[in-house]
Design a protein around this ligand. Structure first.
Ligand code: UT7
Length: 333
């Protein structure tokens, strides 16, 4: 069996910044409420003519360029998103066309905010089994296209952005040491978008009723998010037989700084400043949040050989997952 490694990362963030002061002019909210309840100060918003596939393609291009990987070496593109350009074809196919990676297998997956870890698990299976050598995992979200900017309980939370990682059998990088996934469909209606699928196809009524906007019972989701991200992370450590004390960084889904801090408290051996945070500047970018944080952490250059990172995420479905990544330099056996 090969051992998969993330050998390159890349990101794309739209230029437009939506600040708390901007939101104060749009809905009945305040910078004080947003910062104290979420930790968010600003988030990025895509242009009207900038789509999920555009952002994903730029992140992917940057990822490949960072290690001078020729595009024709990519065997497969997996895109995680809950805001695809179209219901079909897949956003992965659109990204393939923009990248001009002819022939690579392409498909999308839908695991909401846990999409990065779910997609990584598939890439790992392909690479470990020898099915493919180089799998590009792309996460991209234009959440601004499904957020109701008159609903203060959700519009302050979300931002747009994309991340990409190349999972490969060869090269220095983050070995995917273990992955745990889980889901519970019983609470699907606590975080969902009612319109646009076959149950409520687009009609005047669905548009007028606001069914094409995301709906969330924030309080309920909050409790589940903390519990599930903690338990997935601990299960993943157990499977990998790695002690909490040996983890250098936790890279959690960036839904809310209070959720992140609650998770930090449950890992008593890890100093609070070793929980990586980007939530203050990008908000909740759904499945892109872990990839954005991971790219930033790696580019800061503070991860050394054999150090372990612990990723953990939670999202609509509910879905959850965790992964341990171990930085490895040198040949893969
Ligand atoms: O990414 C996938 C998973 N998503 C999450 O994990 C998100 C989880 N949930 C959360 O992060 C938090 O529940 C929120 C940030 C969404 C809300 O924070 P909260 O502390 O749970 O607030 P709440 O919903 O209990 O609302 C408290 C009060 C309410 O007013 P009353 O009823 O107490 O008078 C809300 O109407 O705050 C009010 N409120 C606001 N006030 C000012 C809600 N949104 C706002 C706002 N500005 N933007």
């Amino acid at each position: 069996m090969k051992k998969s490694r993330i050998i390159a990362t890349g990101v794309y963030l739209p230029e437009k910044v939506l600040t708390n002061a901007d939101l104060e002019k749009m809905v009945d909210t305040s910078d004080e409420w947003i910062v104290s309840r979420t930790g968010m100060k600003e988030r990025r918003i895509a242009r009207d003519d900038e789509y999920t596939s555009d952002m994903g393609a730029i992140a992917a291009e940057r990822c490949l360029e960072s290690i001078d990987m020729p595009k024709d070496k990519v065997d497969c593109i997996i895109t995680a998103t809950l805001t695809p350009d179209y219901t079909f074809p897949s956003t992965a196919c659109l990204i393939q066309n923009k990248l001009k990676v002819k022939g690579a297998a392409c498909f999308d997956i839908q695991a909401a905010c846990t999409g990065f870890i779910y997609a990584l698990s598939i890439a790992k299976a392909y690479v470990d089994s020898g099915t493919y050598k180089n799998v590009l995992v792309v996460t991209s979200e234009k959440l601004s296209s499904i957020v109701d900017y008159t609903d203060r309980s959700t519009c302050v939370l979300f931002g747009d952005g994309a991340s990409a990682v190349l999972v490969s059998a060869e090269g220095d990088g983050l070995e995917v040491t273990s992955i745990c996934l889980g889901a519970d469909g019983e609470q699907a209606d606590l975080l969902y978008m009612p319109g646009g699928g076959c149950r409520n196809p687009a009609s005047h009524e669905t548009v007028e009723g606001g069914l094409h906007f995301l709906k969330m019972s924030g309080n309920e989701v909050f409790k589940h998010a903390v519990r599930r991200m903690e338990s997935a992370a601990k299960e993943c450590l157990e499977i990998a037989k790695i002690n909490e004390k040996d983890v250098s960084w936790i890279v959690p889904h960036q839904a809310n700084v209070r959720i992140i801090d609650a998770i930090a408290k449950r890992f008593e051996h890890l100093p609070a400043d070793r929980i990586y945070k980007t939530v203050h500047k990008y908000g909740n970018t759904s499945c892109s949040s872990v990839g954005l944080a991971l790219d930033e952490l790696m580019k800061e250059g503070n991860v050394s050989n054999n150090e372990h990172l612990l990723l953990t995420a939670f999202g609509s479905g509910f879905t959850w997952g965790a992964s341990i990544l171990t930085y490895k330099k040198g040949n893969v056996s």
